[in-house]
Design a binder for this molecule. Structure first.
Ligand code: GSH
Length: 210
């Protein structure tokens, strides 16, 4: 028998918890949203450390179980509450491709994008390193070209013929780049893909200000 979900998403607007919220919306799963304060760091109050010892978002609580890290949480939801069309299963042709782009959105892109964010916006101006920012921009652009030429191409979705968690993963990274004004010179097919993905009702809910 399928387990009954008892889901609380620890979320902050504009952060990686958007991925999880978007997936929950696309899967039609019921969840409680717990908004974590994100204006000051670390995120949340001291009690939040009982949920996420690093005081980051997202975190997902399912009954007594806590799952951390946005990609792992998405895999957890697909595995526990699937089967879902948002997943690509090992018997499907695009399984390897799905796994690659699912993880590329986070593990492939986070390092240069975080450096770019830190050294153009997050750090106080006197702590920013212009050379590091320039290198991070170079690396980020290289990854965007890779995603453009070897990922999105002229496809509607990054893996398979339907939206999957891999689309959710990379769309969030493009959104983050847009937030920090580093997506304006992205390849045109990525911009078109981003507009298409973010026109979905699930995105509108997941990316809302609450
Ligand atoms: N790999 C983790 C990254 C989590 C993460 O760094 N979240 C950011 C928000 S997008 C955060 O909470 N930052 C606050 C901090 O690092 O103190 C994931 O995908 O969930």
């Amino acid at each position: 028998m399928a387990p009954t979900p008892d889901l609380t998403l620890y979320h902050a607007p504009q952060t990686r918890s958007i991925r999880v919220r978007w997936l929950l919306e696309e899967m039609g799963l019921p969840y409680t949203l717990h908004t974590v304060q994100f204006a000051a760091r670390p995120a949340g109050d001291e009690s939040y450390a009982l949920i996420h010892p690093l005081r980051k978002v997202p975190a997902l609580k399912d009954g007594d179980e806590i799952v951390l890290d946005s990609i792992a949480i998405m895999q957890y939801l697909l595995g526990r509450y699937g089967p879902s069309p948002l997943d690509v299963t090992p018997d499907e042709a695009d399984y390897g491709r799905f796994l690659h782009w699912l993880h590329f959105g986070e593990s492939g892109m986070t390092m240069p994008v975080s450096l770019l964010l830190a050294h153009t916006q997050l750090l106080p101006e006197d702590k920013r390193d212009a050379n590091l920012a320039q290198w991070a921009k170079y690396e980020t652009d290289k990854l965007l070209r890779f995603a453009s030429e070897h990922g999105v191409g002229d496809r509607e979705f990054i893996a398979g013929e339907r939206i999957t968690a891999a689309d959710i993963s990379i769309t969030y990274m493009f959104y983050l780049l847009k937030l920090i004004r580093q997506f304006g010179d992205a390849p045109e097919n990525l911009k078109t893909y981003f507009s298409r993905m973010t026109s979905r009702p699930g995105w509108a809910i997941a990316s809302s200000a609450d």
